[in-house]
Design a protein around this ligand. Structure first.
Ligand SMILES: Cc1ncc(C[n+]2csc(CCOP(=O)(O)OP(=O)(O)O)c2C)c(N)n1
Ligand SMILES: [Mg+2]
Length: 359
């Protein structure tokens, strides 16, 4: 028996959803089941897509500066997973987090103002695109460090576990994070202590310009989770209904005390890694192949075929989304740039007056 097979059989369950783990010969995957919130899912994905398209324009006229990582093509992951969470759950994300933040319910105004570095932004304009944070929705970042969110999610889940709260900490990270020690330490402790973490690996096959197969001896990421005895499910990350179904099942199991679960969401970014990346490492044909599986037209087509998208409905959603984005941009542009005199504020903390500070 090969080592792979032994691992699969002896350790945690590895559930495979269609299509299988290969990306060759990409097929168009339609949504797979009737869904009463189909239109809501479409709206969320369109909000994210159109928001990020507007970000490109704003970046080119330097209204947005610094790093900007877009998740165009990956919207089904954010939207599908968020469907499985309640407001009491926590979300930890990466620097490619606009979609997660929007789907979680942070206001588009606060996100756009953050991207434009304004005081009215989610993080007071100090974080920018990579550091959106919002305690009210339990959205604990935005993190520029690859793999940096994993131990945070484990810590949040440990707190819930110790205090007997039935909450889930959902942690998004990329395929590149599996190369980090933090990934392995987090998987191990979460499994060992049976912590309520939903690990959501957005496997878009590249970490900056490095293809997964050039950096990992084992490219089946679900096996890495299985080696820690964490149930791992591979999911078509271009199919929002498949993501939603898998996330719901996994979150339910986590909430019921089943310990951490791992979703490998097989997805693809249609644009470069960031605005600075000339994207010379991917074949045009590969990109075009994945665009054929764009999650938005796939859901639109399915909704229409099922008669769930009335005449003029799509146009109405597009118009409403465009208005929301216009409003968010106007809000951000009318926002305040923090006074330079405040530059050092929040950089260091003052010892607490009560004497409770660090000595
Ligand atoms: C610890 C660490 N090492 C290196 C980097 C530089 N870096 C930024 S993004 C990135 C690629 C990460 O790829 P992945 O986790 O697959 O996420 P994706 O960008 O594909 O969403 C790297 C290596 C970093 N930010 N942090
Ligand atoms: Mg990646």
């Amino acid at each position: 028996m090969s080592n792979d097979r032994a691992l699969r059989e002896e350790s945690a369950e590895v559930v495979r959803s269609d299509p299988p783990a290969t990306t060759e010969g990409a097929v168009i995957m339609g949504p797979t089941e009737a869904d009463d919130r189909g239109e809501g899912l479409l709206r969320q994905m369109l909000r994210i897509r159109r928001f990020e398209e507007r970000c490109v324009e704003l970046y080119s006229r330097t209204a947005i500066r610094g790093f900007l990582h877009l998740g165009i093509g990956e919207e089904a992951c954010a939207v599908g997973v968020m469907e499985a969470l309640t407001p009491a759950d926590a979300v930890v994300s990466t620097y490619r987090e606009h979609g997660h933040a929007l789907a979680r319910g942070i206001s588009m105004r606060a996100i756009m103002a953050e991207l434009e570095g304004k005081l009215e932004g989610a993080s007071g304009g100090r974080g920018g695109s990579m550091h959106i944070f919002d305690a009210a929705t339990r959205f604990y970042g935005g993190n520029a460090i690859v793999g940096g969110g994993l131990p945070l999610a484990v810590g949040l889940a440990l707190a819930d576990h110790l205090q007997g709260r039935q909450r889930v900490s959902a942690c998004f990270f990329g395929d590149g994070a599996v190369a980090e020690g933090e990934f392995h330490e987090s998987m191990n402790l979460a499994a060992l202590w049976r912590l309520p973490v939903l690990f959501c690996c957005e496997n878009n096959l590249y970490a900056m310009g490095t293809a997964l197969a050039r950096s990992e001896s084992e490219t089946d990421l679900s096996l890495k989770a299985a080696s820690y005895r964490v149930p791992a499910w591979q999911v078509d990350g271009m199919d929002v209904l498949a993501v939603k179904d898998a996330a719901r099942q996994a979150a339910e199991a986590v909430r019921a005390g089943g310990g951490p679960h791992f979703l490998e969401l097989r997805t693809y970014r249609f644009r470069a890694h960031s605005m600075y990346d000339p994207d010379r490492y991917r074949d045009k044909a590969e990109i075009e192949g994945w665009k054929q599986r764009d999650p938005i037209p796939a859901l639109e087509a399915w909704l229409s075929a099922e008669g769930l998208l009335g005449d003029g409905e799509l146009e109405r959603i597009e118009t409403e989304v465009a208005a929301e984005i216009d409003d968010a941009v106007a809000f951000a542009e009318a926002g305040t740039l923090e006074d330079v005199a405040d530059l050092e504020r929040w950089v260091t903390s003052k010892p607490a007056e009560s004497g409770g500070g660090t000595k």
